[in-house]
Design a protein around this ligand. Structure first.
Ligand code: NAD
Length: 345
């Protein structure tokens, strides 16, 4: 039944008959999402009658997690949106961008539009203007106006943003790099209240490399295979090693069952002595306009194995971050990675 007050169009894809749909979505270990008014809503938040209708009609939401992605053709139906709980209407608020005037911020705004999602507006430094976009005075105002905030600013903002987003109950997709241990603690604290997707690199390719790095490190004995991470970025980059390089180091350390800080060797210069067995080495190159290059090398006496990821366009990060934002809305509070978003965690 369509509500005259609030017509919601719900695009639903037909269920693949080879699968067994649970009789109640709430009983399913899988999280089912439904596209509602162009926004992704956790289907379990819908009233039971609407969930039952979807099950009865052998219809499932357009996005399902984690790995079941085979669908028949699109079909369109409608639900009585007046029956959708008020709290879900906050999804209408759209996506906010912190750092909207920056290199990433501008691309993120384009990617939000390309995804067909609503841009709630953004914030940037005082005095900055962005044509055609609502600029809010501060993070608290943006957090109140958005269902999720994409944050690509500067590490100095992290503690304040963590507090504001947790207080507003707004999901947070954090891409800013160069975080201190205290900043990371603030992120973890916010994640007790809201869903937080925090990733030093939102590209799909890098996250696949991260997953591979951990497996390789687990398989290659640290006494024989020296792990070195080399990265190169544009001349404006202010932190080194890059967040992605550190992420790669953490993945290798995890695979080896050690703590990165105990084995990290970076900035070698002068008489450094021989390489420590089991060390994870870092080297950072800066120059030109390189968007981001990372090589993970395992060097043994008998062979070298190197994996290189090159990003040619920041859009690789921006599109991944918008994907994370759509994924994060309606999730329970928690600290998530891009690997969780991609289902490869
Ligand atoms: P940028 O300098 O072009 O943009 C940063 C923007 O944030 C600027 O517009 C700046 O004015 C704004 N800003 C800074 N402090 C602010 C504050 N206190 N309040 C509001 N706005 C503020 O930088 P960028 O290349 O867009 O990168 C931004 C961040 O994202 C960096 O930390 C970078 O390393 C990181 N990054 C992460 C990924 C990823 O995939 N995780 C990818 C690219 C860049």
């Amino acid at each position: 039944m369509r509500s005259p007050r609030f017509a919601a169009s719900v695009r639903i894809r037909q269920f693949d008959h080879k699968w067994t749909l649970p009789s109640r979505l709430a009983d399913s270990p899988t999280v089912w999402f439904i596209e509602w008014n162009g926004l992704i809503v956790d289907a379990r938040q819908l009233p039971p009658a609407l969930q039952e209708e979807a099950v009865r009609k052998r219809l499932i939401p357009c996005v399902c997690e984690p790995k079941q992605r085979r669908f028949h053709e699109d079909s369109t139906t409608s639900l009585d949106a007046a029956a959708v709980p008020t709290q879900d209407r906050r999804m209408d608020k759209g996506i906010g961008i912190a750092g909207i005037a920056g290199r990433m911020g501008q691309l993120l705004a384009e990617e939000v539009a390309a995804a067909g999602a609503k841009l709630a507006g953004g914030i940037d430094r005082p005095g900055v203007t962005v044509a055609g976009t609502t600029l809010f005075p501060d993070i608290a105002a943006l957090a109140a106006a958005a269902a999720v905030v994409l944050d690509f600013t500067h590490a100095s903002t992290v503690a304040a943003h963590a507090q504001a987003l947790a207080a507003a109950g707004t999901a947070w997709v954090l891409g800013t790099t160069g975080l201190s241990a205290a900043d990371e603690a603030a992120v973890a604290a916010a994640a007790r209240h809201v869903p937080v997707v925090y990733a030093p690199n939102f590209s799909t390719g890098v996250n696949l490399v991260l997953a591979l790095a951990e497996r390789m490190a687990a398989a290659l004995p640290a006494e024989q295979y020296d792990a070195e991470i080399v990265e190169m970025h544009h001349r404006q980059k202010v932190d080194a090693p890059s967040g992605t390089a550190i992420g790669l180091g953490r993945a290798v350390a995890k695979g080896r069952g050690v703590v990165l800080e105990d084995v990290k060797e970076s900035g070698r210069d002068g008489h450094t002595g021989a390489r420590r067995t089991g060390a994870i080495g870092f080297a950072a190159l800066r120059g030109g306009q390189v968007v981001g290059e990372h090589t993970l090398l395992f060097a043994a006496g008998t062979e070298h194995i190197a994996i290189t990821h090159r990003a040619f366009d920041r859009r690789a990060f921006a599109s991944g971050a918008v994907r994370a934002a759509l994924w994060a809305r309606g999730r329970p509070a928690g600290l998530y990675s891009m690997m969780d978003v991609l289902g490869i965690g």
